[in-house]
Design a protein around this ligand. Structure first.
Ligand SMILES: Cc1cc2nc3c(=O)[nH]c(=O)nc-3n(C[C@H](O)[C@H](O)[C@H](O)COP(=O)(O)OP(=O)(O)OC[C@H]3O[C@@H](n4cnc5c(N)ncnc54)[C@H](O)[C@@H]3O)c2cc1C
Length: 202
């Protein structure tokens, strides 16, 4: 069984923004040798979009192109691993999460981030249940209740629209980045963030 520090289920906008921000801190001394896994089955809502209003994204970029760029951004960092597959079940075993996928893989981690979007709830044995999403625009949209900075339960976070944001690229990405900053601050033992500068090598 492969072991990670953080598993993010869902590699759409929220999950990849979380993964990119987390992995971008890899050179900080307190980051140590931590590893981040994103599990994704390739059904992001963004695939249906052509973006003109997403901040920082070149107007006319397709959602598929934007997702490709985000996956490349994540994978440029040493701690990053991307697994293509569907997460089927999640179990809490002691102080670890175990995630099993449809292609018969199993992964463990200390921390789990759910970034599966606001439409799907298919993973067995999760210890939390969704509620109706008040900003989702349609009756069947879902979210998870959290503490205000996206912690749902001990070592369990929510990112992207499942965290309760409205359906905009920037909002989904922002929730993912905020989750990452919360987790990085825990590792650093103080409030932190990750700012890239021209002189900093990747
Ligand atoms: C038609 C359309 C047009 C849009 N146009 C715009 C626009 O112009 N501007 C804008 O700002 N926003 C736009 N959006 C909104 C934008 O796409 C969403 O806000 C964003 O994709 C939400 O990010 P998310 O991470 O919450 O969900 P998603 O991006 O949908 O990502 C969720 C990911 O989780 C994965 N997943 C779910 N369950 C599992 C599982 N069990 N195992 C593994 N993976 C799983 C899915 O495959 C998916 O990749 C548009 C949306 C649509 C539908």
């Amino acid at each position: 069984m492969e072991t990670y520090d953080i598993i993010i289920i869902g590699g759409g906008v929220g999950g990849l923004a979380c993964g990119i921000t987390l992995a971008s801190a890899h050179a900080k001394p307190w980051f140590q040798e931590r590893r981040v896994l994103v599990i994704d089955d390739g059904n992001s809502d963004l695939k249906k979009a052509k973006l003109f209003n997403a901040p920082g994204v070149t107007p006319g970029t397709t959602g598929t192109e934007a997702l490709h760029t985000m996956r490349m951004q994540f994978q440029q960092y040493p701690p990053a691993t991307l697994h293509a597959g569907s997460a089927c079940s999640v179990q809490r075993e002691g102080d670890h999460w175990t995630v099993r996928t449809s292609d018969d893989c199993a992964f463990t981690a200390d921390v789990l981030v759910l970034a599966t979007g606001y439409k799907r709830w298919e993973i067995d044995e999760l210890p939390v249940s969704p509620i109706p999403h008040p900003r989702g625009g349609k009756i069947d949209r879902i979210m998870l209740e959290h503490d205000g900075v996206y912690c749902v339960a001990t070592d369990l976070y929510v990112a992207g629209l499942l965290g309760g944001g409205s359906s905009q690229f920037a909002i989904a990405a922002g929730i993912g980045a905020q989750v990452a900053v919360e987790l990085l601050s825990g590792w650093a033992g103080k409030r932190t963030h990750v700012h890239d500068l021209p002189e900093n090598p990747q």
